[in-house]
Design a protein around this ligand. Structure first.
Ligand code: PRX
Length: 570
């Protein structure tokens, strides 16, 4: 739990860099056992911090709960023991389908401790989103809350691998259906000793699902060795120190919420706060003031929403505890960097990475010159470049746009896509891992983000697959054909827009539009819900009948349509 020297420079850190720096600090030697659950709790207690606060939770209606590192150690043991009692084995997939309640964070540790694989899923997912991910992972158990149980029940009979649905709150034993079990952390006897499963570097740990342009979402498989990257990037980029109070606003349904909302901070023995309630500038500032938050990791959409709430409101709170701010998930516009420096006295520093990379790849560090609008430079030990989109050769010319690519080999890199080795192989060209994003690199090695290289929609920092939305739309009784793209949005940068043709016998109306929107919200999630539906006589297609999303996208964004020679004519 040693923090970074205040006087470091980027060049000093990069010179002679080796991941063994983290291995040494974590007292890990290649070939040893390594278990993230143990590192995040037991080890911190062994280092003498058992009574330090690990988690300070605040939920709806102001409910508060506090857990020390010893509490989270015991909770992990208790949950792990319970799961073992059900017959959950190492390698089994256990899904977390919960709001940001303490059980979510504590079960994460328990599942890892017994060598099972955590599959976190965003609790706002609808039954269809949930189903495809549970089916793909052949998940054996889901841990959830009463409020989300109806969604699980709806799809349960189609999931032969799903043996247990574990409910952590409020359901009466008499209301349980077959395969449903209750678990209450508060009512369970704490388990002092648990045999941690002897996981090693390559043992699977976390399975996050991410959306692509085509096909169903892909399960990104991570391993316990990812800890090495997550520990060091948390320490150097988020600059967490012993006395810090850290707040990561991301939900653990997404990778930021696990890599930097659980693993990074707890492996460093840092106190973190969690706020499980919707966004409001007032509530967020109050939370920072009340908990004396020092390090804050958030996302551009949230920052833009705070900007919109204005400067005046900031003055009604004492935010002087803030020492360091960082951002991830979408382009951080230079206005947001400059604004945050003005109102908080320090800028949000941009970081770039992905579910697949598992840890921060391109970043601004404290102490490094910030160029507002740039994502910063590669983390020491990461070899990055931009590749020519045609030849895939690295571009040496400064400022020329190319595909962001990395040389594999950092500890947190995904090991494969679950049951989909072909899609995994497709991510590599000439030994480079292709991120799917475009950028240019300037003469000082700073990366400037340009955009994604595919049709995936990044709405408020969340990736939405147009394919998934199009497929779900076709299940609506009125929809004949569908095409999905994004449209610009002031806060979320882009939102989902659906273009549809209607089946004979249906007429367009505002009610139908609303019905279609709600249909997607319930089936997929509020993020995937189209914010606009345009009814069309016919969709633009190639002569071979393929829908040309690109034409619709260009229209929405006021861009050149490009080559439409293959467009079908009347
Ligand atoms: O397109 C990039 C964008 O988010 C994608 C990764 O999304 P996901 O796997 O959900 O992980 C998000 C959190 C790690 C990237 O391919 N993205 C991420 N960070 C940035 C970004 N785009 C611009 N600037 C960033 N800093």
């Amino acid at each position: 739990m040693i923090s970074m020297p205040d006087h470091f420079t980027y060049d000093e850190l990069s010179r002679d860099f080796s991941w063994s720096i983290a291995e040494k600090e974590l007292e890990y030697k290649p070939g040893d056992r390594i278990n993230i659950g143990w590192y995040c709790s037991d080890r911190i207690c062994l280092k003498g911090h058992a009574e330090k606060t690990a988690l300070h939770y605040e939920g709806f209606g102001g409910v508060e709960k506090k857990y020390t590192f010893n509490d989270i150690r015991l909770a992990g043991n208790t949950i792990g023991t319970f799961l073992r009692g059900l017959g959950i084995n190492d390698g089994d997939r256990v899904c977390l389908f919960m709001d940001r309640i303490p059980e979510l964070y504590l079960s994460f540790l328990g599942i890892l401790k017994i060598g099972a694989i955590v599959q976190p899923l965003f609790s706002a997912f609808g039954d269809e989103s949930l189903f495809v991910r549970l089916e793909n992972a052949q998940t054996r158990a889901v841990i959830t809350q009463k409020k989300h149980l109806p969604k699980v029940r709806k799809i349960r009979s189609q999931l032969p691998h799903l043996e247990y649905v574990i409910i952590v709150d409020g359901v009466k034993a008499s209301d349980l259906e077959k395969g449903e079990v209750l678990f209450s952390l508060e009512k369970s006897e704490p388990v002092e000793n648990l045999d941690i499963h002897p996981t090693t570097a390559e043992s699977p740990s976390v399975l996050h699902y991410t959306s692509g342009t085509t096909g169903q979402p892909k399960g990104v498989k991570h391993v316990h060795y990812s800890l090495i990257s997550q520990y060091l990037t948390t320490k150097w980029v988020l600059d967490l120190r012993n006395e810090d109070i850290y707040w990561c606003t991301a939900d653990p349904g997404w990778v930021t919420g696990t890599s930097y909302g659980i693993i990074g901070p707890w492996s460093l023995g840092i106190t973190q706060c969690v706020l499980d309630s919707g966004f409001s500038a007032q509530a967020w500032y109050k939370f920072i003031e009340k908990h004396r938050v020092t390090v804050w990791y958030s996302a551009p959409t949230a920052i833009r929403s705070l900007m919109k709430a204005g400067d005046e409101i900031v003055k009604s709170f004492d935010l002087s505890s803030l020492r360091h701010l960082a951002s991830v998930g979408e382009p951080l516009n230079s206005e947001a960097v400059i604004w945050s420096e003005r109102v908080f006295g320090k800028p949000f520093l941009d970081t770039f990475w992905q579910t697949e990379t598992g840890s921060i790849m391109i970043t601004n560090f404290p102490g490094m010159k910030v160029k507002p609008g740039s994502m910063g430079k590669t983390f020491p030990g990461i070899r990055g470049t931009v590749l020519d989109p045609v030849t895939y050769a690295p571009i040496s010319e400064h400022g020329r746009a190319g595909l962001i690519a990395f040389q594999p080999g950092w500890p947190a890199m995904m090991r494969t896509y679950w049951n989909n080795p072909e899609k995994y192989r497709d991510k590599f060209v000439n030994g480079w891992y292709l991120s799917g994003d475009r950028a240019s690199i300037d003469n000082e090695g700073y990366y400037w983000f340009i955009g994604r290289d595919d049709d995936v929609i990044n709405t408020g920092g969340h990736l939405v697959s147009p394919f998934e939305v199009e497929s779900a739309l076709l299940e609506h009784p009125a929809v004949g054909e569908s095409a999905v793209t994004s449209k610009p949005d002031e806060i979320n940068m882009e939102v989902v827009k659906a273009f549809i043709t209607l089946k004979p016998g249906f007429a367009q109306s505002p009610d139908l539009e609303l019905d279609i929107m709600n249909f997607i919200r319930k089936k997929l999630s509020p993020l995937a819900m189209p914010q606009a539906v345009e009814f069309m006589e016919k969709l633009p297609k190639t002569r071979s009948g393929k829908i040309m999303r690109r034409v619709l996208h260009a229209k929405e964004w006021g861009e050149e349509i490009g080559d439409i020679s293959t467009l079908e004519n009347d």
